[in-house]
Design a protein around this ligand. Structure first.
Ligand code: UDP
Length: 471
């Protein structure tokens, strides 16, 4: 039976990476028969965000217009809070006195989705909390352990984690980070990274490369291609020169293989790369590429040599082996899974590892047949399944890791359970003053669990139907 109102899900985003990682979710919600996405851009990277969303066919409902150059973090945050407040008041009116769990009866957003660690995500989460809209955090649980690095992103993601009712975490270790900080495991869900969904979608579109130096790629479906990127600050100078020397040696040793190097615009990087590789026939140097064409290039590659963080997650999703030209990586799950090999910047080591992959099909397959720990391209689907379960009480989605508990999420979002004739009902009242503890004795501090949630004995974490939810 068609529902009278389709619950709306606010999605607030400001930067290009947020747009890239959220468009798969927006697309799915646009196609959803019952939920409707309402996309609000902050205006921070306006043209880039508009371009990504337009390419992906996503509609923008509002733009907060806060993207002035030279904005301080505090100006940005306060503008996003004020702007979202105004947008919500204009579209929905003030928060209703009473919000039932039967969200379809309320014309008020069922949730506000924010992504990752930007200041606009943190500000939007605060604004949504004040407006009594439950916050859903996508790409939750990444941590470095110090709030100063990266600044201000690490604190931003911790702030969002404190506020969010529901945490969509890319990996199990991201969930472990959250649980260590006291987040109920029942409010988390391992989804994979939506960036992988985005990449697979973008790569499949086969957008023309549109550059004369890459014209041969359009006409040559057979030559093997090695993609190389290097830009990290700690490699400037010697490290980049050594990576470039390794590429030169590989090009000399493997005549049938073509190398494509999108050159980072930093003059120190660009000069070093040009000096070493500018005159090598098998090497194509090009400027940094548009996301869609870069995704296509990755999909076309036999091997990637890179020091980039994002590419370590992306290339394995397309079955492409990655040699990581760094001595350490925070993507340890990929090294453990065998989709990445850490080779450092020593030219001999890079040449040896690349030669193995280029000459031995078994060595290539050892990388490409491993599942990518960062996602399988179905993250947006899992998040939408979880939203459906939360909003409509549809069956608990197939979980990845310990399951989440609808009642816990709704309670964190401020809903109180009451039992009605046709099943439990969750009702959110305005924040009553008497909920503030009057006395220290009223404050219950739950003991911190040191148990690894994935090692907990059966029954101690919530895998199945929640007892508090109307499953
Ligand atoms: N990327 C791109 N064009 C390029 C090189 C990279 O669109 O020429 C994309 C890549 O797919 C990934 C992101 O940029 O999504 C990674 O950027 P980068 O390597 O600069 O940074 P890091 O991930 O190390 O922060």
């Amino acid at each position: 039976m068609p529902l009278p109102v389709s619950p709306e899900i606010l999605i607030v985003l400001g930067t290009r990476p947020e747009a890239i990682k959220l468009f798969p979710l927006i697309q799915r919600l646009q196609d959803h028969p019952r939920l409707r996405p309402v996309v609000v851009t902050t205006g921070q990277h306006k043209e880039l965000v508009d371009y990504v969303l337009q390419e992906a066919g996503c509609e923008i409902a509002g733009d907060l217009g806060v993207g002035r150059p030279g904005l301080t973090l505090n100006q940005l945050s306060s503008s996003v809070i004020a702007g979202l407040d105004e947008f919500v008041a204009g579209r929905y009116g003030p928060p209703p006195e009473r919000i039932t769990g039967r969200v379809r009866e309320d014309h008020y957003p069922a949730a506000c989705i924010v992504h990752g660690d930007t200041s606009s995500a943190a500000a939007a989460a605060v604004a949504a909390f004040h407006l009594r809209i439950p916050v859903v955090h996508v790409e939750a649980g990444l941590r470095t352990g110090t709030t100063l690095s990266p600044f201000p992103e690490e604190l931003n993601r911790q702030l969002v984690a404190r506020i969010a009712s529901f945490h969509a975490a890319p990996t199990r270790s991201n969930v472990q980070n959250l649980v260590r900080e006291g987040v109920d495991i029942g409010r988390t869900f391992v989804t994979g990274n939506t960036g992988i969904d985005a990449l697979q979608w973008a790569a499949a579109r086969e957008v023309p490369y549109g550059r004369p130096e890459l014209a041969w790629l359009e006409d040559d479906p057979t030559s093997r291609v090695v993609t190389v990127t290097a830009h990290r600050r700690e490699s400037w100078g010697k490290g980049i020169a050594s990576i470039a020397r390794a590429v030169h040696r590989l090009a000399d040793a493997h005549p049938g293989v073509r190398f494509v190097v999108p050159v980072h615009p930093n003059p120190r990087v660009a000069q070093t790369v040009r000096d070493e590789l500018g005159d090598v026939d098998a090497v194509t140097l090009t400027a940094p590429m548009e996301y869609h064409t870069f995704a296509r290039l990755l999909a076309r590659s036999t091997l990637v040599i890179t020091d980039s963080g994002g590419i370590q997650e992306e290339a394995p999703a397309l079955g492409v082996p990655v040699l990581v030209a760094r001595t350490t990586t925070e993507r340890t799950e990929g090294v453990e899974a065998g989709t990445l090999e850490l080779v450092g910047t020593d030219a001999d080591t890079i040449v040896d590892a690349a030669t193995r992959v280029l000459t031995d099909p078994a060595a290539h397959a050892a990388f490409s047949r491993q599942p990518n720990p960062y996602g399988d391209g179905r993250s947006a689907e899992r998040i939408v399944d979880a939203l459906e379960h939360l909003v409509f009480d549809s069956p608990v989605p197939r979980t990845s890791g310990p399951g989440f508990v609808r009642a816990q999420v709704l309670e964190w979002a401020g809903f109180h359970r009451s039992d009605a004739v046709d099943g439990p009902e969750f009702v959110r009242e305005p924040s009553p003053a008497d909920r503030v503890p009057q006395d220290l004795e009223d404050v219950v501090i739950a003991p911190r669990s040191t148990v690894d949630p994935y090692d907990a004995p059966a029954g101690t974490s919530s895998g199945g139907a929640p007892d508090g939810a109307a499953a």
